[in-house]
Design a protein around this ligand. Structure first.
Ligand code: BDR
Ligand code: CA
Length: 324
């Protein structure tokens, strides 16, 4: 039966979606944290191994919490995928996960190493939270397996991952490739699901003009983020054919903006399954786009188009809000 949950996003009290961000910072994860802190009710941050080892993605999340001076709990979660070996992405994000900027050391301690339990408890204690994973889906999958009841309590899951083409392999996007078994659990969980895949995130590039918008803002946060954008741009540009992109794809904030600024994104309902077996296709999101009666019932809103200028303005506004 179709899910009839109200996914119009708003929390009853503030009119903004309540978001638990599960991330692996990561340059674009850092921007997702800023975006969620400004435009949503950010109820917590959990970390996962992905772009860098868990210890470092957690450190980076704590750095971002300090830079924003927000009072949001940070809990570390899974140090490795369910089945696959952990494999980071230093060729995009550097060894630290956030290379390129002079990061101030965290001044506030981690709130716990119980990321999965934190996700479960948060969803049990408060109905209508959006889970927003922007890294490998390990924590979310384990939470859904240990506590299947949370599937009915959350508003939904809005994730960055997948697409009709890959970036880690020909067919697989990094977050899904990193833990396909976890992704398979999440895509099969049965509730509302939004997918910001590469088809839409590659429309959202940090061009030199957009990075200059950030550089023009005052203060330490803007300075750090400008340096991060410039590093992210250098790795992206060095890995792509000249002229094929204008800047790095700012993937992860789109999973947040899909909830906070839904009018800026087009979406199509499709059935999406995860390939966990294929020699050439492990980690692929198999999107059923057939116009045939036998196509499978949709389980996912796939984002297809973004108003990139307005969406980037929302990010600049978020950074400006915290700039001092
Ligand atoms: C995804 O992989 C990571 O490199 C980014 O942070 C993003 O979540 C893009 O494929
Ligand atoms: Ca990420």
């Amino acid at each position: 039966m179709a899910d009839t949950r109200d996914t119009t996003n708003a929390s009853a009290t503030t009119g903004r979606p309540a978001i638990l961000l599960d991330c692996d910072p990561g340059h674009d994860d850092a921007i997702a944290i800023v975006t969620a802190a400004r435009h949503a009710d950010l109820v917590g941050i959990t970390t996962v191994a992905g772009n860098a080892p868990l210890e470092r993605t957690t450190y980076n999340a704590l750095v971002m919490r300090d830079l924003l001076a927000i009072d949001v709990p940070v809990h570390s979660g899974s140090a490795r995928p369910l089945v696959a070996e952990p494999r980071a992405a230093p060729f995009i994000h550097g060894e630290s996960g956030l290379d390129g900027a002079d990061l101030p050391a965290p001044t506030t301690p981690l709130d716990g190493t119980d990321g999965v339990e934190f996700i479960i408890d948060t969803c049990r204690n408060s109905e209508g939270i959006w889970l927003v994973p922007t890294g490998p889906l390990t924590n979310i999958a384990i939470a859904l397996r240990f506590a299947p009841d949370i599937a009915d309590r959350i508003a939904g899951i809005s994730l960055m991952g997948g697409g009709t083409f890959g970036n880690r392999t020909v067919t697989a996007e990094f977050n899904i490739w990193a833990d396909p078994e976890a992704a398979s659990i999440v895509f099969g969980y049965g509730g509302p699901l939004v997918m910001a895949g590469l088809d839409v995130t590659h429309q959202f590039q940090a061009t030199p003009t957009r990075i200059a918008q950030v550089a023009a803002l005052p203060g330490q946060l803007a300075r750090v983020l400008t340096d991060l954008f410039n590093f992210f741009a250098s790795t992206y540009l060095s890995r792509h054919d000249p002229g094929s992109i204008q800047g790095p794809a700012v993937h992860d904030p789109l999973a947040v903006l899909a909830l906070t600024h839904p009018e800026l994104l087009d979406r199509e309902a499709h059935h999406v399954a995860i390939e966990t077996m294929g020699t050439l296709t492990r980690g692929m999101t198999v999107i059923d786009q057939r116009h045939l009666v036998e196509r499978r019932e949709s389980n996912c809103d796939v984002l297809t188009k973004v108003d990139a200028d307005t969406a980037f303005d929302a990010i600049v506004e978020a950074i400006a809000h915290f700039a001092k």
